[in-house]
Design a protein around this ligand. Structure first.
Ligand code: NDP
Length: 300
């Protein structure tokens, strides 16, 4: 193996420590405590786990955590009314609605009801537009985490060839916008891309956000490239016992690590950075709401 392993878990710990230090300063110097409200509709077990761990980490960095639960059969109007209350609440600086929502709710109506200044997921249409036009936006957490790791490794990204595989609204597209903002030459590849292996082989920076286990192998990678694997896929692992599973990325780690210059593992790469960036975004939203300087090194 030749690639350096980018330790997302350690990096995320560092981001959380920086957030905690700034939160302590906000409290001491201005008497302000940032607050994050998380809204969960229904009882989806995975969502419950995410919401619990978000709440725990929010408190650990010294912020206020507000958790709101609605039953799966709640009317959309009840959720919108709750969001109106949270938008108006000065103790709440960030609002996150845990996705997916039940089928009878319209996801974009719900997301677009959040005050864009409190939209710490960065999914509100105003934030999407602000990011695309190079203005001050709330930036989606997963791509923000990827950007932080890339800046840490490369310093300046200017002029580098970046290929993002995947064009979803939550990862692929905002990732491409961020890389473009940092002056990379950006290509977005997707399921209709021709000769995708050749396209990937051009990349100094390769970001995989596909949702296909181990699709990208070492042969697709330019020697020395930095590979960021966003994918989280659960596959059967009979070697661990009957019915057991394990997590893998969209990149075939062992072959990719022979060729790449640096690579994020799964688990322990991009995943931990996502929650850390949610906390960073809440801090940023709080600073902006109070007319204070933005936290250094924690924004796009
Ligand atoms: P989506 O399913 O929304 O998008 C997947 C994208 O991959 C689409 O643009 C699709 O192309 C493209 N794609 C699918 N098959 C191929 C193929 N054979 N070749 C090239 N491109 C292909 O997924 P998300 O963006 O939401 O998530 C991607 C992965 O990242 C998932 O594994 C998810 O679990 C993970 N994830 C991890 C997070 C983290 O915190 N680490 C956070 C969010 C997601 P097309 O548009 O043409 O269909």
């Amino acid at each position: 193996m030749s690639a350096e392993i980018i330790d997302g878990k350690a990096f995320a710990g560092e981001v959380r420590r920086k957030v905690a230090a700034q939160v302590a300063r906000l409290k001491a110097e201005h008497g302000i405590t940032p607050g994050l409200a998380v809204v969960l509709v229904g009882e989806d077990p995975a969502s419950q786990v995410y919401v619990r761990s978000k709440g725990k980490m929010t408190v650990e960095v010294g912020m206020n955590s507000f958790e709101h639960r609605l039953p799966a059969e709640a009317e959309e109007a009840a959720l919108l009314a709750l969001l109106d209350d949270l938008n108006a609440d000065p103790a709440v600086h960030g609002i996150l609605v845990q996705l997916p929502l039940p089928d009878h709710m319209d996801e974009s109506s719900v997301i677009n009801r959040i005050d864009p200044a409190k939209d710490v997921d960065g999914f509100h249409i105003s934030n999407v537009g602000l990011l695309a036009t190079g203005q001050k936006a709330m930036v989606p957490c997963t791509p923000l985490g990827c950007l932080m790791m890339l800046r840490d490794r490369h310093g300046s990204l200017s002029g580098l060839d970046a290929v993002v595989v995947g064009r979803s609204n939550i990862v692929g597209k905002p990732m491409a916008q961020l890389l473009l903002r940092d002056s990379c030459t950006v290509t977005i590849a997707h399921s209709r891309t021709r000769n995708i292996e050749d396209v990937c082989r051009r990349a100094d920076i390769l970001v995989a956000a596909v949702g296909r286990p181990e699709m990208i192998t070492g042969e697709w990678i330019k020697p020395g490239a930095t590979v960021i694997d966003v994918g989280i896929n659960r596959i059967p692992a009979p070697e661990r016992g009957e019915g057991k599973t394990r997590l893998v990325g969209d990149v075939h780690f062992d072959s990719a690590a022979q060729v790449a210059g640096a690579i994020t593992p799964v688990p322990g790469g991009v995943g931990p950075m996502t929650i850390a960036c949610l906390l960073a975004n809440t801090l940023t939203a709080c600073c902006r709401a109070n007319g204070l300087p933005e936290p250094e090194g924690l924004t796009a």
